[in-house]
Ligand binder design. Structure first.
Ligand SMILES: Cc1ncc(CN)c(N)n1
Length: 230
């Protein structure tokens, strides 16, 4: 068994344990009424435009957060070169994502320079900032990173399943996060998080679990902005 990872030994990994334990909240974040309305084709397009503008603001705040996780990975010892490569791929994807938001905003007549971040968005961005502190362990930061990307991946992949009917003009949005490549990227982040969690102290594991839950709550609040929220 020496040198084998928990996964290779058939052990239940920490993210799996949490996904089971916090199933209701996870489903709340990945099957939100906003996502259901895209999936069922009855989305109000003004909600979509609100989401587009708000998410652009979020993604801009997400970039320095990802850079901070990357910097923590660079300081790590074992396996960190693989982690850095995974995250560099993520950075490249974010570069495309920002270009996509600009293109999409001009298509929908959304003026990105005029967007005022809503309360839930401000709170989420502040939470990201708090995770950028050097005091936040790499394990906690990578757990948050994985959860943030995984919620989008699972939400939009849900809109592409058989029998769904997202509006044709939103197909590209669903593909952006629901595609298989993005799914593989999320799995790579999840593997890193599980590897880190396997060797973490109980204290760090608890902090990472609380952070995972906060991400899910922020994601629900974020969807609420565009779908009946405050
Ligand atoms: C709120 C939110 N969460 C996650 C993602 C995926 N990068 C996003 N664009 N926006």
């Amino acid at each position: 068994m020496e040198g084998k990872t928990g996964e290779e030994m058939g052990k239940t990994l920490m993210t799996e344990t949490w996904l089971r334990k916090h199933r209701l909240l996870y489903v709340g974040a990945t099957r939100h009424p906003f996502i259901r309305s895209i999936r069922d084709g009855n989305i109000d397009l003004s909600s979509f435009k609100t989401w587009l503008g708000q998410d652009y603001v979020f993604v801009r705040a997400f970039v320095p957060f990802v850079a901070s996780v990357l910097s923590k990975a660079c300081k790590g010892s074992d396996n960190s070169s693989n982690d850095v490569e995974v995250m560099l791929g993520g950075m490249a994807a974010l570069n495309d994502e920002i270009a996509w938001f600009k293109k999409e905003a001009s298509k929908w007549g959304v003026q990105l320079s005029d967007i005022v971040p809503q309360k839930a968005n401000q709170n989420y961005c502040r939470f990201l900032e708090s995770l950028m502190s050097p005091e936040v362990e790499y394990t906690v930061a990578i757990t948050a990173f994985w959860a943030i990307e995984a919620v989008y991946q699972e939400s939009f992949a849900h809109c592409l399943e058989d029998g769904t009917k997202p509006p044709p003009e939103l197909q590209e949005t669903c593909q952006r996060w629901g595609n298989e490549g993005f799914g593989q990227y999320c799995n790579a982040l999840r593997k890193i998080a599980d590897r880190q969690l396997e060797k973490a102290s109980d204290d760090v594991i608890t902090k990472a679990e609380v952070t995972f839950l906060r991400v899910l709550e922020h994601e629900v609040d974020f969807w609420n902005i565009s779908h009946g929220g405050t």
